[in-house]
Design a protein around this ligand. Structure first.
Ligand code: C2E
Ligand code: CA
Ligand code: CA
Ligand code: CA
Length: 273
């Protein structure tokens, strides 16, 4: 028999304390990271499946901390979202992505669209639209070369608001991509009502598409229906030639994944065939 009782309660309490302490420490470091410019963007190319050409890239944040090393977004974005820090971090991401893309264009690279991930909290922040248009003006990037990736969950949490913001983004000339498609609860019905240029089929449906008939059917259905609404389809997480061939057959427009390139700190021009 174990002598627990109050003791186990104490241990339980203490564990929570440690977790909270770690979050608090990370939060303080994250706050400083915004000021110290410890964030970096990595870029992963988006490929036009038919032409086998790079047509754009997605910007993905990393946190380069002297003590922690290179921290991936899954480790700090949730905390940033919970605490509202995602608003200044997200603004930095937008500005840096636009600045960098403009620089590439000015250096003579073929102009391509850069897409940026937008958190729900950032999208719902009262001055989001002003932030986007100010950054475009500030950096001089043409709006057609900016794309915003929002998730289904963000989009359907307040549909009226979303429809309004998406219409204004369309007026601005910025593209909107529905990210992680198929994992949330939205339906294709909303796609028709919302100004969406593109959807991204989540990696969860792609990774086993060679052997999983259900996932292949889902990917095909999403693609067929999206086309009826004139929405482009990107598959994310493409890792093999077999997956790419299936997606090509299905009629998917674009692909992104390790098969072509991992996200890189510098812009890569080469595409593996
Ligand atoms: P996401 O937007 O769905 O991005 C795709 C993730 O899959 C990226 O992870 C990317 O590196 C990874 N990936 C790409 N191709 C492959 C592949 O072929 N195989 C596998 N296994 N993975 C692949 P990453 O960069 O760690 O980002 C994770 C998530 O963090 C993103 O998921 C996005 O939700 C979030 N995130 C990243 N950057 C930002 C940002 O600037 N702002 C916000 N709000 N969220 C961001
Ligand atoms: Ca994304
Ligand atoms: Ca995803
Ligand atoms: Ca995601």
């Amino acid at each position: 028999a174990k002598d627990v009782g109050g003791n186990s309660y104490f241990i339980y309490d203490e564990t929570i304390g440690i977790k909270e302490y770690e979050n608090l420490t990370m939060l303080n470091e994250l706050r400083q990271a915004v000021n110290n410019e410890e964030f970096v963007l990595y870029y992963q190319p988006k490929i036009d499946i038919k032409r086998e050409k790079i047509i754009g890239m997605e910007a993905l944040i990393r946190w380069n901390n002297p003590k922690r090393g290179l921290v991936f977004p899954d480790k700090f974005i949730p905390l940033a979202e919970d605490t509202g820090l995602i608003v200044p971090i997200g603004e930095w991401v937008l500005r840096e992505a636009c600045r960098q893309n403009k620089e590439w264009i000015q250096k003579g690279y073929k102009p391509r669209r850069i897409s940026v991930n937008i958190s729900a909290r950032q999208f719902q922040y009262y001055n989001f639209l002003d932030t986007v248009s100010n950054i475009l003006e500030e950096t001089g990037l043409e709006p057609e070369y900016l794309g915003l990736e929002i998730t289904e969950t963000t989009a359907i949490s307040d549909i009226e608001y979303t429809i309004d913001v998406l219409n204004r983004l369309k007026q601005l000339g910025v593209s909107v991509i529905m990210d992680d498609f198929g994992t949330g609860y939205s339906s294709l019905k909303y796609l028709r009502e919302m100004s969406i240029n593109e959807i991204k089929i989540d990696r969860a449906f792609i990774w086993d598409i060679e052997t999983n008939e259900k996932n292949r059917a889902i990917s095909r259905t999403i693609t067929v229906l999206a086309k009826q609404f004139d929405i482009l389809v990107t598959a994310e997480g493409v890792e093999t030639k077999e997956q790419l061939d299936i997606l090509k057959k299905i009629g998917c427009d674009k692909a992104q994944g390790y098969y072509f390139s991992k996200p890189k700190a510098t812009w890569c021009r080469l595409v593996r065939k």
